[in-house]
Ligand binder design. Structure first.
Ligand code: URA
Length: 244
């Protein structure tokens, strides 16, 4: 994959295993396209979004992929599983082996999951210091009070890891339904935070990550590629999606 700006001749020479001096001729023959346009100049600069094709075939792993999936219940956030359907199984096409998950959701949690083959991008999104907020809709077994919101903001102590959770926002929609914004992603974090009050989470749905809401046209199990601007905006400073 192209990870930074690269000149076309250098990239082709490496990918095709031919000397840089021969690239001019290959370009003159019109055999190379970049994003669908015949490339003529050895000086053309590629970025990580450029799709380079040689004789109408994409050059191997020349293009990073960024996918949003509406995860249904009962699907594992893993790339392989012997017993259950995985998020990868839900994607169209059969060459998805290069993809990895950008943060997991539990088996019965629904909503926005991101997948990519771009390790730089997923790292930037998941580094603890990046603090990309994740937005959840939560349904509870017992009624919630304002006391929960105060405790979530102070942080809840997890004895197993000996940590206190970062300040989290909790907004009550009605006594049995709330919105929660987390800036971290610990194991079963939301369930354990409500577990502190002995209140069981009966429904959990991730509505957005950073400024990227789950596309409302995607039915559970459906996915689509992110646009360039969505990819960029996610790693820029997070702006709250309009519905929050
Ligand atoms: N918190 C949880 O408990 N589960 C999830 O899937 C996501 C956040």
């Amino acid at each position: 994959m192209i990870t930074s700006r690269t000149r076309l001749d250098r990239y082709l020479s490496h990918q095709l295993g031919v000397p840089r001096g021969d690239i001019r001729l290959i370009l003159a023959q019109g055999r190379v396209t970049v994003d669908g346009v015949v490339a003529r100049s050895i000086h053309q600069v590629l970025d990580k979004f450029s799709l380079v094709e040689f004789d109408h075939k994409p050059l191997s792993s020349s293009r990073p992929r960024y996918i949003m999936l509406h995860k249904p219940r009962g699907v594992v956030s893993a790339t392989e599983d012997e017993r259950h359907t995985t998020v990868i199984d839900l994607l169209p096409g059969d060459d998805n082996s290069d993809l990895h998950l950008v943060g997991r959701l539990d088996f019965n949690t629904t909503g926005l999951v991101l997948l990519t083959n771009d390790g730089h991008w997923s790292r930037a999104l998941t580094l603890p210091e990046t603090k990309v907020p994740k937005y959840y809709h939560v349904c509870l077994e017992k009624p919630v009070t304002e006391e929960y919101a105060e405790a979530f903001l102070r942080g809840i102590y997890f004895s197993f890891e000996d940590v206190t959770t970062r300040p989290a926002e909790l907004t009550i929609i009605n006594p049995y339904e709330v919105k929660v914004v987390l800036e971290e992603g610990r194991y079963h974090q939301i369930k354990r935070m409500f577990g502190h009050f002995n209140n069981k989470v009966v429904g959990l749905h991730r509505e957005a990550i950073g400024n990227l809401p789950l596309d409302s046209t995607l039915l559970p199990g459906e996915s689509r590629e992110l646009t360039r601007s969505e990819v960029h905006s996610l790693t820029e400073k997070a702006v709250r999606p309009t519905s929050f």
